[in-house]
Design a protein around this ligand. Structure first.
Ligand SMILES: [Zn+2]
Ligand SMILES: [Zn+2]
Length: 271
């Protein structure tokens, strides 16, 4: 990767490709869109471990997984732009040992840990958006942060993906849930995980980067390193609003950011 003092915009670690069933564009087109970025990293959705949860609109199939790994590694060899190989894996309590076995076999640079489900509710799936009507939003956020703490404690993940995702459709807790956020932050810090600044919230009804400045400030104060992702699901979204993301990180107190190689953290200076 690039040395300290790189003035380019950060590596975009969070790119999806059509294997997950809800993205567009060829992988090479994502790399070609890197422009002013220091590099790109793919992190498509790992298949669900529970066969009953398999949904071709949410994640790649097990048959697609070697296609994904091989395709990204080929791109890495062919491209002048640095290309990293990551994955986004869902955290579900009780699946830890199976997930550990799978992740241990994969030649990844990093693993995004994501909580997209609270109980049986895939709360960031627009097909289930109506469940917000009448839902206890505070409870959704509290349950979400509790799951994030469990995710961190599992020790299986490198990055906390899209940290305050339950705000995606514009719903916010009626009162702050600082205690629950703190439980998550403490667990993430203790696990040595990195927090993601994810610009996709700007493209959603939340109209805000994940996480909020307040949460990111407390992550910085807790000593949690930061990384960056656009959550691109099409080439035109690669590096989306990264200047704004860097500004947010600086405002929160960060002066460096983290990228990865073979699941080791690599520190770089923020531009
Ligand atoms: Zn996705
Ligand atoms: Zn996600």
């Amino acid at each position: 990767m690039n040395g300290l003092g790189d003035r380019r915009l950060p590596v975009d670690h969070h790119l999806h490709i059509p294997l997950c069933g809800h993205a567009d564009g060829m992988p090479a087109e994502y790399v070609a869109a890197a422009g002013a970025l220091a590099g790109v990293g793919f992190s498509d959705h790992l298949p669900y471990l529970e066969p009953a949860m398999a949904d071709p609109a949410l994640a790649m199939s097990w048959d697609d997984l070697p296609v994904y790994l091989g395709g990204v590694r080929r791109l890495r060899e062919e491209s002048d732009t640095p290309v990293l190989l990551g994955i986004e894996a869902d955290y579900f309590p009780g699946q830890e040992s199976r997930l550990a076995n799978i992740l241990g076999e994969l030649p990844l640079d990093y693993v995004y840990g994501a909580v997209h489900w609270v109980g049986d509710w895939p709360f960031d799936d627009s097909r289930h958006r109506r469940r917000y009507e009448g839902a206890d939003i505070n409870k959704l956020f509290r349950d979400y942060y509790g799951l994030v703490a469990g995710m961190a404690a599992s020790g299986l993940f490198d990055v906390w993906a899209h940290p305050d995702l339950p705000k995606k459709f514009g719903y916010r807790p009626a009162e702050p849930v600082y205690d629950d956020e703190d439980v998550a932050l403490e667990a993430v810090a203790a696990a040595g995980m990195v927090i993601e600044v994810n610009t996709s919230g700007l493209r959603k009804p939340a109209r805000e980067i994940y996480p909020s400045l307040g949460l990111l400030r407390r992550a910085c104060a807790a000593g949690i390193p930061v990384t960056f992702g656009s959550d691109a699901h099409r080439p035109g979204e690669v590096g989306h609003e990264f200047k704004r993301a860097v500004t947010l990180a600086r405002e929160a107190g960060y002066r460096t950011y983290t990228t990865f190689s073979r699941r080791e953290k690599v520190g770089l200076t923020l531009p």
